[in-house]
Write a protein that binds this ligand. Structure first.
Ligand code: SF4
Length: 263
């Protein structure tokens, strides 16, 4: 049977989830507030413990370099002229370098590759998954303009298929240049493909800190994984996945010395 602090901590998480979804007011019995504050103290202590353990997680050595990373940000013209992998000739409309704050932002989000909307506009994460990413960013207290958003591959794979390991390896030097030029304080990988794209020779886990060329990296679900759930049929799985995403984003905020807005 769960203890009262555990129940209250779960209730607090449910409220956080509602806030992430856009709910700004809830009706609450005043008698609930005192135990909620005690539960918050328990949660803060637990978070501090998790942060302490996060500092001793594996420190992955950089992947072997196959191109100098100090050439500056790749330009649209440079990427448009690129034919280092088959995606150059498989129907892309625009290359998608990524966009946002390129001057040492707190966070750089990295997904796998552009989809149809991104290919059409030449911008990263502007489709349905991008809308959920925007919610994640806002829930953390940032705007899209304050972070940098990019992908492993800069060109759209046909029919939104997963980019192949060879395609990701071919495109990785551009991402390495972006990371070196942008100098983010943290990198958040979105989804399994981005995880294997940045760490092709090492299995990494979601919700665990690693380093890549000196930059702290953590991974969570891709927004498209979240939005594909049917909110009625898959309510429990959806809630579990969202809570995992939110807990990882809170680890990022803690690492940056910040708290979610309104806390
Ligand atoms: S995905 Fe990357 S490596 Fe492949 S053609 Fe596009 S820019 Fe070049």
């Amino acid at each position: 049977m769960k203890s009262l602090p555990e129940i209250l901590a779960e209730f607090e998480q449910a409220l956080e989830l509602e806030r992430e979804l856009g709910t700004r007011t809830v009706e609450c019995d005043r008698a609930l507030l005192a135990p909620l504050r005690r539960a918050e103290a328990v949660a803060v202590q637990a978070n501090q413990g998790a942060e302490a353990s996060a500092r001793v997680v594996p420190d992955v050595p950089p992947e072997p370099a196959n191109e100098p990373a100090n050439l500056g940000l790749p330009t649209v013209d440079e990427l448009t002229a690129c034919s280092k992998c088959p995606l150059a000739s498989l129907g892309r409309q625009h290359v998608v370098p990524g966009q946002g704050n390129a001057a040492s932002p707190d966070i750089m989000f990295i997904g796998e590759a552009p989809g149809a909307d991104e290919d059409r506009q030449g911008l990263a994460f502007v489709g349905a998954a991008g809308q959920f990413l925007t919610k994640m960013i806002l829930a953390m207290g940032y705007t899209r303009e304050q972070v940098f958003i990019a992908n492993i591959c800069k060109c759209r794979p046909p029919n939104n298929r997963t980019p192949s390991p060879q395609e990701m390896t071919a495109c990785l030097p551009y991402l390495r240049r972006q990371i070196a030029a942008i100098r983010p304080k943290c990198i958040v990988l979105l989804g399994r493909t981005a995880m294997s794209g940045l760490f092709p020779s090492q299995r990494i886990r979601r919700g665990t800190w690693y380093t890549y060329e000196g930059y702290p990296v953590i991974a969570t679900f891709h927004p498209s994984y979240i939005i594909r759930f049917d909110p009625v049929m898959d309510a429990t799985s959806l809630r579990t996945a969202k809570l995992e995403v939110w807990n990882t984003l809170k680890m990022v905020l803690a690492r940056l010395g910040r708290r979610p807005p309104g806390r």
